[in-house]
Design a protein around this ligand. Structure first.
Ligand SMILES: [Mn+2]
Length: 494
């Protein structure tokens, strides 16, 4: 369930009986028009079926999770647990404190969605409950409306506890443990032993269920990439404003965030807007630096759609629209590595093969530049690995509703697993030369480059979902020129 809010006593309201009578009367009745089924929910039934086949006879408990308190009586914006969203098709901010239960029956499983439906306006919740009340959070779904949205039978969450107790002593129960701590405690209390092995198997299975995307998911990933490309173009257009007004990284983050909220649900992860030497801090999200003419900015950002599918794209761009020779030298090496990685991505090869192919190119350039104490061939062995001083991260990860999707899939299915049509991954090599790195020639110090695209494995190779954003340095400059020209005209000091 949701974390407990605390309202200080000096802010608690008193509602007189006269007010209570007055506020609950004379409202237009709710419409009896039912909402259309969510597109993602139409696909969720097949996902539930696939999960059902893996756990015959077991009760599967999949909570959405509750609200998280930001401070006192205010919450963070709500996002459901990914497993719940994937198996119900609910997105955006639906549905706090809900639980999907797959109950075994003679043909597989029957699904029921338990949630907190809206109450009559005569209930004090209507005006007094800042978490669920219509006056506070808007009109919420009734049982039949939620059923129409999801295509699932629905029940009031108040019946969940009893439903969990039925045959609790004989049935095998599995719960998604990290979604809702209170529900995990409830399930554990009804089982003879904690049985984490059972839950771990469910966690692995629900993660592996997302390794291969269905046609709807693949299309959502294309749309998330298209929305992200628009966000990147808007950011470049605003580079002159970002330079002029100081704290340009924040400006970049804000402009991208505007488009993420406008075109989608949110950013899929905190935007990395890293200019100059900040690009060499891999998870730079403080974003409080200036944007300077002549510097590069590494922008790693993704739009998450209302369905919660997210893109994850990185471009490293010259703030003034032109790469310097030193910047171009590093950029072209990273691009060569990325192109080799993308070319290697096809059914049959493993996830790890992409990494090996791309990073062999990185090591080759590092050797050419005289940075390695030995040859590249020796540096890329298990016993060596010296090249990793300049790229400590992996080349790829699965991508979907989670930016690091399918994170609990077994190693044999993930890193060592053969690529299959329908998988979506990133290819994102980089080279990071910190300004303090004494092994690096002075003219290359402070340059950090990463290029990241999202690919869908096809029958014969892969589709680059993020190809709307150019990667070749000349193409990048040509793409930026008209955007910057427009931005320079509009730029002004605030
Ligand atoms: Mn990534």
């Amino acid at each position: 369930m949701s974390e407990k809010q605390v309202k200080s006593t000096n802010r608690v309201s008193y509602y007189s009986p006269a007010f209570q009578k007055f506020v609950t009367a004379d409202w237009q009745p709710y419409s009896d028009q039912l909402p259309a089924q969510l597109e993602n929910a139409k696909w969720a039934a097949a996902r539930r079926n696939a999960l059902s086949k893996l756990f015959p006879g077991d009760r599967l408990v999949i909570p959405a999770g509750g609200m998280k308190v930001r401070a006192n009586d205010t919450d963070f914006r709500y996002r459901p647990h990914t497993t719940f969203a994937h198996l119900t098709g609910l997105g955006t901010d639906r549905e706090p404190d809900a639980v999907l239960v797959l109950e075994p029956n003679s043909t597989g499983h029957a699904a029921t969605l338990y949630f907190h439906p809206r109450v009559a306006r005569t209930d004090s919740e209507f005006y007094a409950d800042s978490r669920y009340g219509e006056m506070w959070v808007g009109q919420r779904e009734s049982l039949t409306e939620m059923s129409a949205l999801t295509g699932l039978p629905t029940q009031d969450i108040s019946h969940f506890d009893n439903a969990l107790r039925v045959h609790a002593d004989t049935i095998t129960m599995r719960v998604v443990r990290d979604a809702d701590p209170d529900i995990t405690v409830m399930v554990d209390a009804l089982r003879e032993s904690i049985a984490e092995g059972l839950d771990e198997q469910l966690r692995i299975a629900t993660s592996e269920l997302r390794l291969i995307k269905d046609d709807y998911e693949a299309q959502q990933m294309r749309e998330a990439c298209a929305a992200t490309a628009r966000g990147f173009a808007a950011v470049v257009t605003d580079f002159p404003n970002a330079v002029l007004n100081g704290r340009g990284e924040r400006w970049v983050e804000g402009v991208f965030g505007l488009h993420a909220r406008h075109l989608g649900n949110a950013v899929g992860y905190d935007t990395i807007a890293a200019s100059g030497d900040h690009a060499n801090t891999l998870h730079w999200i403080r974003n409080d630096g200036d944007l300077k003419e002549g510097d590069l900015i590494l922008l790693d950002a993704g739009v998450e759609l209302d369905s919660l599918f997210t893109a994850d794209i990185t471009r490293t761009l010259p703030v003034n629209g032109k790469f310097t020779p030193a910047q171009r030298k590093v950029y072209e090496a990273v691009l060569a590595a990325q192109q080799a990685g993308i070319a290697a991505a096809k059914p049959g090869v493993t996830f790890d093969d992409i990494h090996k192919t791309a990073t062999a190119v990185i090591a080759y350039y590092l050797e050419q530049w005289g940075l390695l104490p030995m040859g590249a061939t020796e540096a890329i062995t298990e016993e060596g690995g010296q090249w990793r001083r300049w790229m400590v991260h992996g080349t790829s990860h699965h991508l979907g509703m989670d930016v690091h999707d399918c994170a609990h899939a077994l190693r044999e299915q993930y890193k060592q697993g053969p690529l299959q049509p329908g998988m979506v991954l990133t290819v994102e090599p980089g080279i990071y030369f910190k300004s303090t790195d004494l092994l690096v020639p002075p003219e290359l110090r402070g340059i950090g480059v990463r290029i990241e695209d999202d690919i869908l494995i096809t029958e014969t190779g892969c589709e680059v979902l993020s190809s709307a954003l150019p990667r070749e340095p000349d193409a990048v400059e040509n793409w930026m020129a008209p955007l910057l020209a427009r931005g320079r005209t509009a730029a002004h000091k605030w």
